[in-house]
Design a binder for this molecule. Structure first.
Ligand code: ZN
Length: 461
């Protein structure tokens, strides 16, 4: 079977693979600060015989590992960053390792290693069979702020790939054919004039008023955008005390939608609301555009290939301890009732079948969307946490630091490796994936949402 050697290799190397994942779990680093994770990833890639580039594409923490030569060129998308505030011990009650510290609440410590394992397994089998082709593993920074791969793409990444594989830990084993939103992210900074709010309010020009009026404008705007558009915000700065007219206020917006065109148009109109608010309050507005990303657009040919491969390999078997742990987490989850009602929990507290491919809509965003618009790409998900875990939660952090996460991660790596090998062995399949991609993008070639004027964020440590 295609993939046998790859799977054997991943099994043989599991100790080292799990070790890298554990180190990333124990030392979670947030977006653009993934200094140690980047270093450890580069070391392991070198040890496995990949040609390693650090600081790739102008991003200090980005690492690329290449192996092989010629066509096809196959990519694997690892991630490096953790989430702020989601520190959690490996235990079944909410208990942070360190309060307010970052944690692997999206399981990117598993993600990075599953994709590295995919490349490693594929390499072993290509060496044995003397298959032509190039493997490129990307350890990508800053997925959680949705711009890491966008900066990479702006600086030339992914465009030489024939096909690409992404993986994410999940509550289910399923290759996702759903769509996720693209996004624009910007902060509106207002500056006005301070004054005594009781004594001489007429002398003040409130930056906070401006921010609030901009929000009112956005509230009205929501009625007149296409149904896919989601506009949400939070305050970054909103004054200091009620008796001082605030001279500075900042409000941070996301505009999400299912195409770049829809996002750009809604964003343009949101900026008009922000400008109008400045005009009304006699304050100054500075728009800090933080970046944007594309909606996802999974490739059907690759999705079906990965789905069939997942079924062939077969899902991990969970131990009684793992099931008990997951069951306890499920019962504490706000999603428990909803998941119970669906009947899914009757089959067990952790997913143990392969779901059919479904066209689900996910409201969130990922910068994998940009890669989807540069080359044919698919996203494999395998179960790495309990069925009812909420997204970005302490429950996911807990599972990502233990055997539940590691088993799902190694399974994911095997699916990626075997899928890549099947594609490499059948050039007609790659041609089919590319033809689908060409058809879907014929009227909208990739245009990077981040312009050349925006600098790459640098590590703060
Ligand atoms: Zn994630």
């Amino acid at each position: 079977m295609t993939g046998t050697t790859a799977i054997r290799k991943i099994d043989a190397e599991q100790e080292k693979l799990i070790d890298l994942s554990k180190k990333m779990w124990e030392h979670p680093e947030t977006a653009y600060n993934e200094v140690e994770a980047s270093k450890w990833t580069a070391e392991l890639l070198k040890e496995y015989g990949f040609e390693v580039e650090t600081g790739a594409y102008g991003l200090p923490t980005c690492v690329v590992g290449r192996w092989g030569s010629g066509k096809p060129v196959v990519g694997f998308l690892g991630e490096l960053d953790a989430l702020p505030g989601l520190s959690q011990k490996v235990c079944d009650t909410k208990d942070p390792v360190s309060p307010d510290a970052p944690g692997q609440g999206c399981g990117h410590n598993l993600l990075n290693v599953a994709c590295l394992a995919g490349a490693l397994g594929a390499k072993a089998e290509m060496e044995e069979k003397k298959l032509p082709g190039t493997l490129v593993f990307y350890a990508c920074p800053a997925e959680e702020v949705l711009t890491g791969k966008v900066f990479m793409a702006r600086n030339g990444a992914f465009k030489d790939l024939d096909i690409c594989f992404a993986w994410h830990g999940s509550s289910k084993n399923q290759v996702s054919f759903g769509t996720m939103n693209g996004l624009n992210s910007a902060i509106f900074h207002y500056s006005g004039r301070t004054a005594h709010a009781g004594g001489a309010p007429w002398q003040g020009r409130s930056a906070l008023d401006a921010a609030e009026i901009a929000n009112v404008g956005a509230n009205y705007l929501r009625e007149h955008v296409t149904p896919d558009i989601r506009i949400h915000y939070s305050y970054k700065e909103a004054g200091t005390a009620p008796n001082i007219v605030p001279d500075r206020a900042s409000v941070w917006y996301y505009v999400r939608g299912l195409s770049r065109e829809a996002i750009e148009d809604a964003y343009r109109r949101l900026v008009l609301c922000a400008e109008g608010a400045a005009h009304m309050t006699e304050t100054d507005l500075e728009v800090e555009f933080l970046g944007g990303c594309y909606n996802t657009m999974p490739n059907r040919v690759l999705t079906d290939l990965a789905h069939d491969t997942m079924e062939e390999i077969g899902v991990p078997v969970w131990s009684d301890e793992e099931k008990a742990f997951a069951d306890s987490l499920n019962r504490q989850s706000p999603r428990f009732e909803e998941v119970s009602k669906s009947g899914e929990l009757e089959k067990g507290p952790i997913h143990s079948v392969v779901c059919p491919v479904e066209e689900e809509f996910g409201g969130g965003s990922t910068d994998v969307g940009d890669v989807d618009h540069i080359c044919p790409c698919c996203q494999v998900n395998t179960a790495t946490y309990n069925l009812a875990a909420p997204g970005h939660s302490w429950q996911i952090t807990a599972c990502a630091g233990m055997s539940i996460g590691f088993k799902g991660m190694l399974f994911g790596g095997k699916v990626l490796a075997a899928s890549a090998l099947k594609a490499i062995e059948s050039p007609e399949l790659i041609e089919k994936a590319k033809a689908e991609f060409a058809e879907k993008t014929k009227n909208s070639p990739y245009k990077c949402p981040i312009g050349p004027e925006i600098p790459v964020p640098q590590p703060k440590c």
